[in-house]
Write a protein that binds this ligand. Structure first.
Ligand code: ZN
Length: 225
């Protein structure tokens, strides 16, 4: 384990740490609340900090209820396969709020995604149609960012897609493994790590960035993928 120096052109992207993805939420990620401690500890050390917020219309295309189907079924939409989720992160609801224990006073940019009713967006950079950009790449470039660290929920969906699109946009990307938790639907976590490795996305633990920070139990270590 090597220490990693946080540099002046590093950014931290905190993905979807919202009530609906945490304990008691509509789409709760197992042990999702465990990302709070490492993220709260890491964020103050980054010169650029971005949060993403899943932000859906009530009738969103990614909701099983919109298709009278069961949650976690997969359907084909014009832009490709779409996992159908329970209704979550609906605009203006408490479930869409950031977790109250997320404490990131130096967040500078909040990217809302998934607000087009007919397009989902796991990625903070490009929506699921692979065409509609959120503007985040331009924002990071204008801030002079070269390397982005990604943490949050969930490893195998919004974190992975954000990391992959960050690479495609030309950034060096590192996933902070113990500051993420996964959904792991039908092997999705292993597939995500294959894709991340193939794309050249790095991985680290939060204590490599902050020596002395305890790594919580149950983190999504590479060995479990
Ligand atoms: Zn969503």
């Amino acid at each position: 384990m090597a220490n990693i120096d946080i540099k002046h052109d590093d950014a931290l992207i905190i993905v979807d740490v919202q009530n609906d993805f945490c304990r008691g939420g509509a789409l709760a990620v197992l042990d999702g609340d465990s990302v709070l401690a490492p993220i709260n500890a890491l964020a103050p050390h980054f010169p650029v900090v971005v949060q993403t917020q899943d932000w859906h219309t009530p009738d969103h295309v990614s909701f099983a209820s919109s298709h009278r189907r069961n949650a976690f079924e997969v359907i084909t939409l014009p832009y490709g396969p779409q996992v159908l989720w329970p209704d979550h992160c609906v605009v203006g609801t408490g479930g869409a709020d950031f977790h109250p224990a997320l404490h990131v006073p130096n967040v500078q940019m909040i990217v809302r995604k998934g607000f087009h009713p007919s397009v989902d967006s796991y990625s903070a950079f490009v929506e699921a149609d692979h065409a509609t950009r959120t503007g985040l790449a331009g924002y990071l470039r204008e801030r002079g960012v070269g390397r982005v660290f990604v943490a949050g929920l969930a490893t195998d969906f919004c974190v992975a897609w954000t990391a992959l699109d960050g690479r495609r946009a030309g950034f060096e990307v590192v996933v902070v493994e113990d500051a993420c938790r996964s959904i792991d639907l039908d092997g999705s976590l292993a597939r995500a790590w294959q894709d991340l490795d193939a794309a050249g996305v790095g991985r680290c633990q939060s204590d490599e960035l902050l020596p002395g920070l305890p790594v919580p139990d149950g983190a999504d270590r590479a060995s479990s993928a």
